[in-house]
Structures are given as C-alpha cells and as structure tokens.
Design a protein around this ligand. Structure first.
Ligand SMILES: Cc1ncc(COP(=O)(O)O)c(C=O)c1O
Length: 448
C-alpha cells in the first residue's frame, strides 16, 4: 500500500484497489477519494457529508434529477412483482409497452426498438443491424462503416472502430476492418465561443461524398454520428451539416445512424435531437436519460423499412441473431416508463429549452477568464477549454475538477483540459447561476 492510500483508508480497511475504476486514473483517485454516498434532486452527498450540486447529471444520465419518488416507487413495485423474465422467446408486458411508448415518441417511422443495457451495446447493435439489413436485402457487399474523428460511440469493438478518440483505440489492435472516418467538425478559428449550432463547417459533410467517391457508395452500409459530439467536449454541429449528411446518404442508399446516447431525452430540449435538427435518421441509439440513469438501459430505434426487411421467410426462423440476457429487463422497463412519466408530467424537455439561454449566458460569461481558450454550449450541455500546461497536458483540467469538488462542492467532469457541464433538467435558474459563479472562482484560483 502506498502512503497516500493508507492515509485515507487505514491499514485495516478492505483493499480499495479490488475495484478497477473505469475511465479513471485509479491511483490518483484512491489517494484523493471523492466517493458519493447519497443523492436527492439535483444534489449528491459526498462521503465528506457535504451536498454537491450535480453539474453533469451523474454521467449525462440523471436528467430527471436523483431519487425521483415516482421512479423509485415504480421500480420498487416492479421488483416485487416480476424480477426477471427472458426476452428471448417469452417477453413480458412491460417491454412491449415501453417499446410502443418510445416508438410513439420517436420521429417519423422509427417504430421499432431493440433494447440493450448500455450505450456501447446500442451502437454495436445498430452497426450489426445495418450490416445484416443490407445482407437481408441481398446487398451484402455493403460492409463499410463510416464514423467521424472525435466521436465516442462507447467501448465495444464496433463502437471504438467507428469512434474517433485516439486513446480509446490505441491499445486495442486493428479493430474492425473497412471503416472510414469523416473529419471532425471542430473549427476553433471560425466557431470559437459559440452557443447553439456552429455557423461554419457545413461543407465538412461533403467528406462523406469523398468517401463515396473513393470506395463506391454501393459498398457503404452506414454512417454513424453523434448529432452533437459530447464526450470530446461538446461540439455542436455546424448549421445544415446533419441535413447534408442525410442528403448524401439518400443519394447512395446508405443508412444514417444518430448516436443519441447523450442528446436524447431532454439534453437538447427534445425527446430526440433529430427533432431539434429536423433530420430523420434511419436508426437512433439511446441510453442514459432513457431511464434517468436509475437502471442500466439502452437501445436502438429502427425505421419500419429496416425492420420489415428482416421479417421475411419462414416465421419459425429467428430473424436476427443478436440480443442480451438483460435486453428489456423488467426493472429497466419500469425505470424507463417512470422516467417518461416524469419528463412528460413535469414538462422537463420544455424546461430544458427554457433554461438553455440562461445556461448559455452563465457559461459564456466565463469566456474572458485567464487560461480559457474556448466555450461551447447547446441545450443543457456545455464545455470550457483550458489552455493545457505544455509540460503536463490534462493536469489543468484535473486540477480544476478537484478544486470544483473539494472547494466548491460541485460534481462536474473533465476530459483532458476541457471542463464539461450537463446539469439535470430539474435545475433552477439560481442553481445554474451558482454553478457557474463557483466555476468562475475555480478558474480564478487556477490562473494564480
Ligand atoms: C455518444 C455516446 N455513445 C455511446 C456511449 C457509451 O455508453 P455506455 O457508457 O452506456 O456504454 C456514450 C457514453 O458516454 C456516449 O456519449
């Protein structure tokens, strides 16, 4: 045991290193623990006994706030009634009902849902459905998948192959063959300090045409993009970019998949960001906010034409060899349907839209702080870029993150030297003002 570890945990406590924490500097975190032990509404309680404003909705997921009584009660009731039922061959009413509810909420003819447990499984599922769809239509030479630089589509081999975060790919070998990447849409020289869609960069969608020209449009199965790239620091799309991607996909019969794991369920003020941008994708991956983070849940919305292509041949045959033991788990269905009740009854997506200008005003007010190189936001999602310390990149982001927790009682996120914010949709205007006032204090301390 190292000394810092002993100081916090004592010699006789169970070895905390038994837990290998995901996407975390494990040793530094054990030396300076920030464990969360309770939550209510827009606040966590830390192990230090202090209330911490949740500036990032858990991990982009607790959109309805924490421990919402209706969600807690619904899940508890479900647990007493039916703990588990296989969705292979049997199914249970909760899964059918919740799928129908999501289909009614989704734009256009996204009328079918394949449930997963996470966003990573949702993106891999969508990619597999795209490949299998073309096969089912007798168009099996469409095997190429197109992603984008700076994208995050989870951590499965499919997701990291089409994803564009270098660190997530480097250690894992060759990944999927036949993948191409669009350029990312971050143009700091032209779009710095932008609230809402970026003014410049629509022409970056033409990268897809270049990939078509190089590889042949009839070899490409699907394009997957996040309508707003979240995990690489909130990159709102250039105005018109998604519509242009749609046009090029249509010209070449390429499927367009939106990864809305972050952007769905109110983060951008709508059930799905596809509605906000007025673009109809062929599939939408979702997770996180669908259950307000209470029970792991993800899935893919699928257009009727795709579903129908599978529902052919003898009806005793399995149409898609894919699924998870916990697809459509009763507790997840209960959490999802209760979360939808809360979103609807409390008008939380509309509330997100109303809070958007308030959020934008407060986060943008920090743009002149020393060391801030860019601020971006859209919906209730925003990022502040800090100039990295050239000798130790990422340490400024981490320092700000630690100070936000310990000195300002804030739970936020950092990715490299970017601070990221995504407060719950139940936040008040006063809480948003306080959040960014405290962040301002952190930034001032950082620049000393
Ligand atoms: C756009 C996007 N896709 C996929 C994922 C992966 O989701 P999960 O961590 O639930 O597997 C994330 C997670 O942040 C995400 O932001």
């Amino acid at each position: 045991m190292n000394q810092a570890f002993e100081k916090h945990h004592g010699r006789n406590s169970p070895d905390q290193r038994a837990l290998w924490m995901p996407f975390t500097p494990n040793r530094a975190t054990l030396a300076d623990p920030m464990r969360l032990v309770g939550a209510d509404g827009a606040y966590y309680t830390g192990e230090d006994g202090r209330k911490k404003f949740d500036g990032v909705s858990g991990l982009w997921c607790c959109n309805a706030g924490h421990n919402h009584p209706h969600i807690v009660e619904t899940v508890t009731r479900q647990l007493r009634e039916l703990d588990y039922a296989p969705n292979f061959l049997y199914g249970h009413p909760g899964a059918f009902d919740f799928a129908a509810r999501l289909a009614a909420l989704a734009p256009g003819d996204l009328n079918h849902v394949f449930f997963t447990n996470s966003g990573s499984e949702a993106t891999d599922t969508a990619l597999k459905i795209a490949l299998a769809y073309h096969q089912a239509k007798g168009d099996g030479k469409r095997t190429m998948l197109v992603g984008r630089e700076r994208a995050f589509h989870g951590v499965g081999f499919g997701g990291i192959s089409v994803g564009g975060m270098v660190a997530n790919r480097r250690a894992f070998g060759n990944l999927l063959p036949r993948v191409a990447h669009l350029r990312h849409t971050y143009l700091p020289e032209q779009n710095r300090f932008c609230a809402g869609e970026a003014e410049h960069g629509v022409e970056l969608a033409d990268d897809l045409q270049r990939i078509v020209d190089l590889h042949g449009g009839d070899t490409i199965a699907a394009v997957i993009v996040e309508p707003m790239a979240g995990s690489t620091g909130i990159l709102p799309p250039p105005r018109g970019y998604l519509a242009r991607l749609r046009e090029i996909c249509d010209r070449h019969s390429i499927l367009l998949i939106f990864d809305e794991v972050i952007t769905a369920f109110g983060r951008l003020g709508h059930t799905f960001a596809a509605e906000r941008f007025g673009v109809q994708p062929d599939m939408i991956c979702f997770a996180k906010g669908v259950s307000s983070g209470v029970v792991p849940l993800g899935g893919v919305m699928i257009r009727s034409g795709i579903y129908d292509a599978f529902m052919q041949g003898p009806d005793y045959m399995i149409e898609l060899f894919h699924g998870y033991t916990y697809s459509g788990h009763p507790l997840a269905m209960a959490a999802g349907s209760a979360a939808m009740d809360v979103y609807e009854q409390e008008g939380l997506f509309q509330r997100g839209l109303e809070l958007e200008p308030v959020f934008a005003e407060h986060i943008m007010s920090l743009k002149d702080h020393t060391g801030v190189t860019d601020v971006r936001c859209i919906g209730l999602a925003g990022a502040i870029d800090l100039a990295p310390d050239p000798a130790a990149p990422t340490t400024r982001g981490r320092k700000a993150f630690l100070s936000a927790y310990h000195d300002q009682d804030l739970v936020i996120r950092y990715t490299a030297d970017t601070l990221v914010f995504a407060p719950p949709l139940v936040s008040t205007e006063a809480e948003l003002a306080a959040l960014f006032e405290k962040v301002g204090t952190v930034l001032r301390a950082l620049s000393k």
